[in-house]
Design a protein around this ligand. Structure first.
Ligand SMILES: NC(=O)c1ccc[n+]([C@@H]2O[C@H](COP(=O)([O-])OP(=O)(O)OC[C@H]3O[C@@H](n4cnc5c(N)ncnc54)[C@H](O)[C@@H]3O)[C@@H](O)[C@H]2O)c1
Ligand SMILES: O=C(O)C(=O)C[C@@H](O)[C@H](O)[C@H](O)COP(=O)(O)O
Ligand SMILES: [Zn+2]
Length: 366
């Protein structure tokens, strides 16, 4: 059931760092885009997925009405957008449109498109402005914020990319009205991740009312978005380039990225993160770092949201091979973000291979 909402005006969350910017969360925010682009921008490339053609066109028409030159680059839906070929297509459009350093890119779409648009902006003329307009929950709470941009290669997920913070992020919650439930749930996996690493109130909100947490019109979901963005903003504001603290945002991702690769991206990122969280909670439990109750809480909260908590691919050697290319690895040393308790992220370095496989057996047996 849809809960009626009032329209209290946008929440503004500042992200600190060398080039600080704001994340706006609210409804009907398109009018804020021109201001975020900045006064010098005259030409804009709007990168959008095929499925959101009419949204891309609406953004283009709005900017044209405000006197800008705006061009569309339509890219494939989902993970297919994150390839060298699609990035090269965008560079061609930019080249043919004579884009200069005073022009800007706007990413309109889910995390796949905001990762691609950010990467194109980071690489064009060695870096132009990008404003992100995320349209999935996952992109609002995670992908569009923080400046990690990138594409995949045949060998793995996000292996090519750069840190290129946006000039601003517009999280218009109205976009969630059309988002399929599976994609909403996928976004909630990253929200729950923030709950485990830094903000336990997120876990309490989900546990108290799962229906509200999965209702795009509910104030509970709006609060979850705000809380998750605050976690991310605080972390990336302190450690943009992942020298240490930022690794905590990668909680659950060592196993998740391996699943995505092995499953040829037929798993949504958020679904893979969900099993990745359960996997690493098992690992931490086996290493004597996490209590049974806290490890079990991972399973119960994710399961209550309809997210997967098991992986039955029977592909341990391939998963282990993929995990070796995780960016947190150092040489042959696998490194995992683990919890010593809820809200207490830590690291587990070079765990015993038998324990790695035992944790896998645990999540495939359930
Ligand atoms: N850069 C980062 O820090 C970061 C963080 C988390 C995830 N990511 C990346 O984000 C990607 C996953 O993002 P995602 O979950 O948004 O998936 P996605 O971008 O693949 O979008 C999912 C699907 O929803 C469609 N869609 C988008 N908005 C819609 C809307 N409002 N209504 C209906 N359909 C809509 C898309 O076209 C797509 O088919 C992965 O590639 C992941 O690696 C990056
Ligand atoms: O922002 C971060 O840092 C993260 O790790 C957030 C993750 O949710 C996200 O999926 C990120 O793209 C993973 O990055 P990678 O460095 O492991 O490729
Ligand atoms: Zn992620």
């Amino acid at each position: 059931m849809t809960t009626p909402t009032t329209n209290p005006g946008p929440v503004r969350i500042a992200v600190d760092g060398e080039a600080p910017y704001d994340v706006l969360i609210g409804r009907g925010l398109l009018g804020e885009l021109r201001g975020m682009l900045g006064p010098r921008v005259a030409k804009v490339l709007i990168v959008h997925p095929r499925a959101l053609r009419s949204t891309g066109e609406a953004v283009r028409d709005d900017l044209i009405a405000q006197g800008l030159e705006a061009i569309l680059a339509e890219v494939p839906d989902g993970e297919e957008a994150k390839s060298a070929e699609v990035a090269a297509f965008c560079w061609t459009v930019l080249g043919q449109s004579d884009f200069t350093r005073s022009d800007a890119v706007v990413g309109v779409g889910g995390g796949a498109v905001t990762d691609l648009a950010g990467f194109v902006a980071a690489t064009w003329l060695r870096g132009v402005r990008v404003v992100q307009v995320p349209t999935t929950l996952l992109a609002m709470v995670d992908a569009a914020v923080g400046g990690k941009t990138g594409i995949n290669t045949a060998e793995g997920k996000n292996l090519v990319g750069s840190f290129h913070p946006p000039a601003g992020v517009l999280c218009d919650l109205d976009a969630l009205d059309t988002l399929p439930l599976h994609d909403l749930r996928a976004g909630l996996a990253e929200v729950v991740k923030c709950g485990f690493i830094a903000d336990p109130r997120i876990l309490e909100l989900v546990e108290a009312d799962v229906a509200a947490a999965t209702d795009p019109r509910s104030p509970v979901l709006a609060e979850l978005v705000e809380r998750a963005v605050r976690v991310k903003a605080r972390v990336v504001g302190e450690d943009l380039k992942e020298s240490d603290l930022r690794e905590i945002l990668n909680y659950g991702h060592t196993f998740a990225h391996a699943v995505e690769l092995v499953e040829r991206y037929q798993w949504r990122h958020g679904a893979a993160v969900s099993v990745g969280l359960v996997y690493v909670a098992e690992l931490a439990r086996m290493a004597g770092r996490l209590s049974d109750a806290d490890a079990d809480r991972h399973r119960s909260v994710l399961r209550s949201l309809g997210l997967p908590t098991t992986y039955r691919g029977d592909r341990w050697p391939q998963l282990l091979d993929a995990m070796k290319r995780d960016k947190k690895a150092r040489g042959a040393l696998l490194r995992f973000v683990v919890l010593d308790g809820i809200g207490k992220p830590s690291r587990l370095e070079g765990p015993d291979p038998a324990m790695l496989q035992a944790a896998y057996a645990e999540i495939s047996a359930e």
